[in-house]
Write a protein that binds this ligand. Structure first.
Ligand code: FES
Length: 952
């Protein structure tokens, strides 16, 4: 160990460090400054940025000893450093902005204008990138007090935000810089938002998220930010081959290594050997076979992470390699090796409507094409982490950022052979999920190791392990046959889909069902037939990923619509309008749409906007030989809200009022950056007539919060939002009944506003009303379990889903005919989400979803060859950075749904669905090459251009 002397956040600091330790590790694990995040361990994502002598550095690869004698600023010290600056400025000049003062929970502190602008302007979603982004921005405005958008893009080009609030970040930086330059306070409406309906008291207002301050100050706690005395560190030995029989595992040498406290294999799993969200086919620890390269073979807990890592190398495993099944079409061949004893077919999914053969016979034109989509990676910036410990009363506690805490609990309990009540899952904040944190990661392992050692155990994946292990977006092959009348009326659509669900089921069946049911697009088609084969392979499992299969089929069908439009010489927007679902239409699964179908209005809004520009859509490809060409492309999409398909869809929430006039909402639903915590607080505040800041929200604790169900399928605003709304309403009614009796007034004459109940000229603080209820021997709280409207299984007709969101999007692209490079210059979007609960958070979801759709179109691919991932570092996964973020124009369509809270439907997924085909359609309109395989390959596009081919 070596002594490191430096200044940290203005404090002289001395700490003993190892020679090979990095600055981020020292800050986080030795000094407890957990506001500095580690996202990749390879200086790729930039979120670990701190300032060393005022300059931004990637602290995850910055040798700690290099910081000797320097002054380091982390996010925790930013506000104080700003106050020091202010005091110095005050001594010299009167020009300064009034400090942004926060006062919560009795303590008071001053924020740097960047922190205030980020929080107020909606920049934090999951928040994991925010400390790094703010410090990078500080370094920029320290040297450039008036940065242009271009300056910001250059400075932050290597600081990623996967929630993709890039325009929010740019806007916040410019607002903060302006405030610092001029001394003016930040404007109240910091981020320009699309028009929405007149707000209620709280609902419909663009409010900062309740956790925004914690996220801009570094106080927000994610799983790796927790530590316990005497804690051990765990690591996982993963498979050496993508498909092999396990002949023998010898852990003796690893167990003998000093500092190792436990080495466990499948033999040490006392309960069920497998876990799984739908089908329990995924071994907690591999036995008999490994089926993909991320399979866990053994786990180790040791005094330090380094010892645990050394121990992995001492575990001897004898394998018998087996032939690899590397794609779903091969997997479906009769002679393909079997991944599971049950065979390679996870599910054959069928959709039938009308008589597709008759439909084609009646068609004037029939087109057939084949499309491929890539396996893609969530790339949430927070790698997986779980901590397990045994409590004094012998229960197992697991701290984890999970999208489904109650299902985690039941899976942990089953594998440990414990009753569920013996397990508690406590949700930490989640640094992005996008569907990728629905499956079990280290939860069962830390529980097993904590039980085996009696000590707390932390298991933190580095980026490499995270990439190898967790489920991806399904790679698909989609064949579409489409028949239409000459006037453009769709008559028949037939689709065949192959989905690569990888080694284990995860949510593959559900995802590919959604891909299949949506595979004829949001159109009224009388005759439809779809067959999907969700196939096991030896690739990483595929599961939930924002869009849930619809992203893939939307690319295919929206490309087909454009091909058909050209074939029939019909404007592509007009063709979509002609066939679009509307009230009265019947979907492909036989569901009659009775309300809330805003697709046509979305199309109208987008069309009006893009027709205003000089680059109107062209219907036929132009023939250019050199230079850069631009064009618009359009696509539409729809996505169900909620689980659907007959699955029980419910959420519980509890709301309690306290004597100090605050309220708490409790539900297990997860906040993954999407803004649920704000929706819950707003729903309770609206119903109780409380100021929004007086409502706090406790999420994801299986002991303390009712089950909110999975955070998936764009369901939380609708389902949990309703649970909170109705719980708060029940509490308000209880308050009203008590006050009515005391003041001799009818309950319905009592008004609840601004934290007061007004009755017969009396104004009673709600805290006092809570005391009155307590004095009656009751608790001032209410629990509501909300059940979403019943849905029907696929194939039975009727309502397969209780609501759909709709979107139309347009992309303007520029294609460089000399290089094949594609730039998205502008995106225009209209989304029908029922009702905007919080327009600021809504816009964050929309823009983030669209940037993810842009990445899906142009750059993102998780490459696996013969079961071996090539994409084993973040640097090998090209996701959009701030420099790829185009100007986005957004319109909100609020076609309310009857049962949604204040009419709201889901937004989490729909925003990323039409973006990809809008871009690929624009590419075709610009240069005449139809993209049939994602992502767009610049070299393939160039070769097609040079060869005069019209497809790549
Ligand atoms: Fe930037 Fe989530 S807010 S990664």
């Amino acid at each position: 160990m070596t002594r490191l002397n430096f200044t940290v956040n203005g404090q002289a600091t001395t700490v003993e460090v190892r020679e090979n330790e990095y600055l981020a590790e020292v800050l986080r694990y030795r000094l407890g400054l957990t506001g500095t995040k580690i996202g990749c361990n390879e200086a790729e994502c930039g979120i670990c940025t701190v300032l060393v002598n005022g300059a931004p550095v990637d602290s995850c690869i910055y040798p700690a000893l290099k910081a000797e004698g320097t002054s380091v600023l982390t996010i925790e010290g930013l506000a104080e450093s700003w106050n020091v600056e202010l005091r110095m400025q005050n001594a010299e000049s009167s020009l300064h902005p009034p400090p942004s003062k926060q006062s919560e929970g009795g303590s008071s502190f001053l924020l740097h204008p960047l922190q205030q602008a980020f929080a107020q302007g909606g920049a934090p979603q999951c928040g994991f990138c925010i400390p790094g982004a703010i410090l990078t921005a500080k370094a920029l405005i320290d040297t450039n007090p008036d940065p242009s958008e271009h300056d910001i893009k250059v400075a932050l080009k290597d600081t990623y935000c996967r929630c993709a609030g890039y325009s929010f970040i740019t806007n916040a930086i410019q607002a903060a810089a302006r405030s610092i330059r001029t001394g003016e306070p930040l404007p109240a409406d910091l981020y320009p938002l699309p028009e929405t309906k007149t707000p209620l008291k709280v609902i419909g207002r663009p409010l900062p998220r309740p956790d925004a301050i914690d996220k801009v100050t570094g106080a927000a706690k994610y799983a790796d930010d927790y530590a316990f005395p005497n804690m051990l560190h765990a690591r996982t030995l993963r498979a050496k081959y993508p498909h092999a029989r396990i002949k023998r595992i010898d852990t003796a040498k690893a167990k003998a290594l000093p500092g190792v406290q436990a080495v466990l294999t499948a033999e040490d799993v006392p309960g069920e050997k497998n876990h799984g969200l739908v089908i329990k086919d995924w071994p907690a620890l591999a036995y008999e076979k490994v089926r993909y390269i991320g399979d866990p073979v053994a786990i180790v807990a040791a005094d330090t992470r380094e010892i645990a890592t050394q121990a992995l190398e001492l575990i001897e495993v004898a394998y018998e390699p087996l032939p690899v099944v590397d794609n779903p079409v091969y997997a479906n061949q009769p002679d393909a090796p079997q991944v599971h004893a049950s065979g390679n077919l996870l599910k054959h999914i069928k959709v039938r409507k009308g008589d597709v053969e008759q439909g084609f016979a009646e068609s004037d034109v029939i087109l057939e094409r084949e499309f491929r989509t890539a396996c893609t990676e969530h790339a949430f910036l927070e790698p997986e982490c779980a901590i397990g410990r045994v409590t004094d009363d012998g229960r197992i506690e697991v701290y984890v950022g999970s999208q489904i805490p109650y299902q985690d609990r039941s899976q942990i309990a089953a594998c440990l052979d414990l009753p569920e009540r013996q397990v508690r899952v406590i949700g930490a904040l989640i640094g992005g999920g996008f569907g990728g944190k629905e499956d079990i990661a280290g939860q069962i392992h830390v529980a097993l190791l904590a039980q085996a050692t009696g000590r707390p155990v932390k298991m933190l994946y580095d980026r490499h392990e995270s990439l190898l292990f967790h489920p991806k977006r399904h790679a698909t092959l989609i064949r579409v046959k489409m028949g239409a009348h000459r006037d453009g009326t769709l008559v028949a659509v037939q689709t065949e889909l192959y989905g690569d669900t990888g080694a284990y089921a995860s949510l593959g069946e559900k995802v590919m069902t959604r891909a299949t049911t949506h595979s004829a697009g949001p159109y009224a088609v009388p005759h439809m037939r779809a067959d999907c084969y969700a196939m096991y392979t030896n690739n990483p499992p595929a599961g939930a990923f924002r869009g849930f299969g619809v992203t893939q089929s939307a690319f295919a069908v929206e490309s087909m619509l454009d091909i058909l439009a050209e074939e029939l010489s019909i404007d592509p927007i007009e063709l979509r309008r002609k066939n679009a679902l509307r009230v009265g239409s019947v979907t492909n699964t036989g569901q009659a749409l009775r309300e809330s179908v805003g697709l046509l209005e979305c199309l109208d809004r987008v069309e009006r906007e893009i027709r205003r520009t000089p680059f109107a859509p062209v219907l036929r490809p132009a023939s250019f030989v050199s230079g850069k060409v631009r064009a618009w492309g359009v696509a539409v999409g729809y996505k169900n809200t909620g689980l659907g398909g007959g699955a029980p869809d419910k959420a519980g929430a509890e709301v309690e009022l306290f004597a100090d006039g605050t309220a708490e909402v409790r539900t297990s639903s997860a906040e993954i950056g999407q803004g649920l915590v704000g929706v819950c607080a707003m729903a309770a505040a609206e119903e109780l007539g409380l100021p929004y800041p007086r409502v706090r929200v406790l999420l994801s604790d299986t002991d303390l919060t009712p089950d909110g169900g999975p955070t998936t399928a764009s369901r939380q605003t609708y389902v949990t939002g309703n649970a909170v709304r109705l719980a708060a309403r029940a509490l308000r009614e209880a308050l009203a009944a008590t006050l009515a009796e005391k003041y001799d007034a009818p309950p319905n004459r009592i008004r609840f506003e601004e934290g007061l109940a007004q009755v017969n000229g009396h104004r009673i603080a709600l805290g006092d009303a809570a005391r009155l209820i307590k004095a009656e021997g009751r608790e001032p709280k209410a629990l509501h379990e909300y059940w979403a409207p019943q849905t029907q299984p696929l194939g039975t007709g009727g309502d397969m889903h209780f609501a759909f969101s709709y979107a139309a999007q347009a992309a303007e692209v520029e294609v460089d005919l000399d290089t094949g490079e594609v730039h998205v210059l502008r995106l225009v979007a209209a989304h029908d989400i029922g009702r905007a609960i919080n327009p600021l958070a809504l816009q964050g979801q929309i823009e983030g979803g669209m940037i993810m759709g842009l990445g899906n179109a142009l750059t993102e691919e998780f490459i696996v060859e013969q079961g071996i991932p090539f994409t084993d570092t973040l640097a090998r996964y090209k996701m959009p950075s701030i420099k790829h973020a185009p100007k986005i124009t957004s319109f909100i369509v609020e076609d309310e749904t009857a049962d949604g809270p204040w009419g709201a439907k889901g937004v989490g997924e729909i925003a990323s669905i039409p973006t990809t085909p809008a871009i690929t359609n624009a590419i075709y309109h610009a240069c005449g090459v139809r993209v049939t395989s994602l992502p767009v390959d610049q070299d393939k596009l160039l070769r097609a251009l040079k060869a005069g081919r019209h497809e790549c």
